[in-house]
Write a protein that binds this ligand. Structure first.
Ligand SMILES: Nc1ncnc2c1ncn2[C@@H]1O[C@H](COP(=O)(O)OP(=O)(O)OP(=O)(O)O)[C@@H](O)[C@H]1O
Ligand SMILES: [Mg+2]
Length: 274
């Protein structure tokens, strides 16, 4: 008898918490993708109410994101048109030095606007996720990296699910940062039980602890790297983190004990045979 009651309570508890588990899973999905399928609105009155409230919240978040994306895209687009006009006008500046400076400012603005447009368009959103070999993707990039000090170490192959073009751009940003700010790049790939892990390390100056999270903000650049020769737009890390997070992984950076910076990207290993 006790055994039957025991089994029954476990079964009842399992059954009662099922809707909660599906709510938790839906919240997780929403964190990765605002277009995730809404929760089914069924079950008891309370459950229906909760599911409906969750779905309404998802719709509101989606509208908010869409509105902001649209506004930014419209703004970037108009700015582009004005920049083209400004470039024509700059040709009429008599003073050669002033003309050169104006053109340089216009180039910088053009670069920022292009990058912003790509960012808000979520260029990667349209690229399908496929099973790919992370090792060959990264090794090829490392081997093709101009003549800089870029080294690669990893297993023969490692299958992950990903968007190849977006991943190349993300990894390219990490290698570019290591080389540009640190002078070299040591790339390694390995895996744990659950994740594929990619690290890109350099022997440069690293970053003050207070900057480690800030550099992931779009357009944020550390004061000393604002000079023209190391100039970028400050979008590289924001974009790269977005790429890994959309695949259920993440990207973090940390200072190495021996000096220099190390970026660590993780991607969940696919279930089932490679
Ligand atoms: N390996 C590194 N060592 C030291 N500082 C770094 C390193 N990587 C990034 N940073 C700092 O973080 C800032 C943000 O990097 P991020 O890649 O987002 O933008 P960026 O390199 O400036 O421009 P973009 O990548 O868009 O061309 C950089 O400007 C730089 O100050
Ligand atoms: Mg960069």
């Amino acid at each position: 008898m006790m055994l039957v009651i025991g089994f029954f309570s476990v079964w009842a508890a399992h059954r009662a918490t099922r809707p909660l588990r599906s709510l938790a899973a839906a919240a997780d999905r929403l964190g990765l993708d605002v277009d995730a399928t809404p929760l089914p609105e069924r079950g008891s009155r309370e459950l229906k109410k909760t599911a409906r409230a969750f779905n309404t919240m998802q719709q509101r978040i989606k509208r908010l994101v869409d509105d902001r994306t649209l506004m930014l895209a419209a703004l970037s687009h108009d700015l582009k048109t004005m920049l083209t006009r400004l470039r024509l006008r700059a040709e009429f500046i008599d003073d050669a030095e002033q003309q050169r400076k104006a053109e340089r400012d216009i180039d910088d603005m053009q670069m920022m606007v292009d990058a912003a447009l790509g960012f808000v368009r979520g260029d990667q959103a349209n690229e399908p996720v496929v099973r790919l070999d992370l090792v060959s993707l990264v090794r090829d990039m490392a081997e093709d990296w101009r003549d800089d000090d870029v080294r690669f170490e990893g297993p023969a192959r490692l299958a992950v699910n990903g968007r190849p073009v977006a991943l190349k751009r993300a990894v390219g940003n990490l290698i570019d940062n290591a080389v540009r700010y640190g002078g070299n790049a040591e790339i390694r790939i390995w895996h744990t039980d659950h994740d594929a892990v990619l690290t890109v390390a350099d022997d440069g100056p690293g970053l003050p602890e207070a900057e480690l999270e800030k550099v992931f903000q779009p357009f944020y650049r550390v004061e000393t790297s604002r000079s023209r020769d190391t100039g970028g737009t400050g979008l590289g890390l924001a974009l790269a983190r977005d790429v890994f997070r959309r695949l259920g992984g993440d990207l973090t950076i940390a200072n190495r004990a021996r000096g220099g910076l190390m970026a660590t990207a993780r991607l969940p290993l696919p279930a089932g045979p490679a």
